[in-house]
Ligand binder design. Structure first.
Ligand SMILES: [Fe+2]
Length: 310
């Protein structure tokens, strides 16, 4: 796979100061209040002021400049405008208006998480001491893992990402959701349908369930109304998940233990299972809230896009 990394997202929000405060609570580092770094992923969020919340751009990594030439050739075959200059390929997906910037960069390397000792029936991994998970320990998530994007043209955006940029399908439910990857993560971008484009959620990798729990609990202790969905476990991707709402109105997911795929044939043979309404969202946990499908600010988003001439 030429693509190997979801590096960063560029977000337009109406209140960059509130957004920066939220990322500070998450533990992301910033030196200027507009660029935010995770410990493993480097600079992962660019925030700028916008009249309504938008996903302005997505930065992706490839290995070499020749990978950019391959993507350029595929976009040309699709009739998709793009530029390739100074080692960066830039293109705009026409239905979501997301600007993709793709350039060569190093592959993601992460130090392994220290596994907590878990007791279970017949196995005493931890005796005579409390679990480390009960002690205060909220800390930054490790890195941005994936985004979910609403598009008014699900099939066309899917083709653009697959046949143009080179994403792969891990799982999909036609016209409902496509889970696409540009790395061994089960998904780095998922596509859902929407009346107008918006960032449905963006998701951060944590070490384990306690890391997820500590981080979500810390953010909820500041504002309990941030609670959106969770704690639970997805069926698709298998990951533990907990969703909160950020100040702009986009959902933020903290997750751990997502499926990884490095062999399509093996995934097809023993990993992939049928996807339907009964399992597309959840293995276990609270029911999906309605705002997860139709966000509460949809009228604001529609008015914003109408003002842009969409
Ligand atoms: Fe997610």
């Amino acid at each position: 796979m030429a693509l190997h990394r979801l590096q960063a997202v560029r977000l337009g929000v109406s209140d960059p100061v509130a957004q920066a405060d939220f990322y500070g609570e998450m533990g992301l580092n910033t030196s200027d209040g507009s660029l935010f770094d995770s410990p493993d992923g480097g600079t992962q969020i660019h925030v700028s002021e916008a009249p309504f919340r938008r996903l302005l751009g997505v930065d992706l990594g490839v290995d070499t400049e020749s990978d950019l030439n391959d993507i350029s050739g595929r976009l040309t075959a699709l009739g998709a405008p793009h530029t390739l200059a100074s080692g960066t390929l830039t293109c705009v997906e026409p239905h979501t208006r997301i600007e993709f910037r793709i350039r060569p960069m190093s592959r993601l390397r992460q130090a392994p998480a220290v596994a907590e000792p878990y007791n279970s029936p017949g196995s005493s991994a931890r005796v005579n001491r409390r679990s480390p998970g009960v002690f205060p320990g909220a800390r930054s998530p490790r890195r941005l893992g994936h985004i979910v994007v609403a598009t008014p043209a699900w099939r066309e955006t899917r083709v653009y990402l697959l046949d143009g940029l080179g994403f792969k399908v891990s799982d999909e439910f036609t016209d409902i959701i496509a889970f696409l990857r540009c790395s061994s993560d089960h998904h780095n971008i998922a596509l859902v349908g929407g009346e107008v484009p918006f960032l449905q959620h963006y998701s951060w990798e944590c070490d384990d369930v306690d890391h997820v729990g500590h981080l979500a609990t810390k953010l909820l202790s500041v504002d309990a109304d941030r609670q959106t969905w969770g704690f639970g476990r997805h069926f698709i991707g298998s990951n533990f998940m907990w969703y909160l709402r950020d100040p702009s109105g986009s959902f933020v997911e903290f997750y751990s233990d997502m499926d990884r795929i490095d062999d399509d044939a093996e995934w097809d043979a023993v990993g992939r299972t049928p996807v339907g309404l009964e399992n597309v969202g959840l293995a276990w946990g609270p029911n999906m809230p309605m705002e997860f499908i139709v966000p509460k600010d949809i009228d604001v988003l529609k008015a914003g896009w109408a003002s842009q001439g969409s």
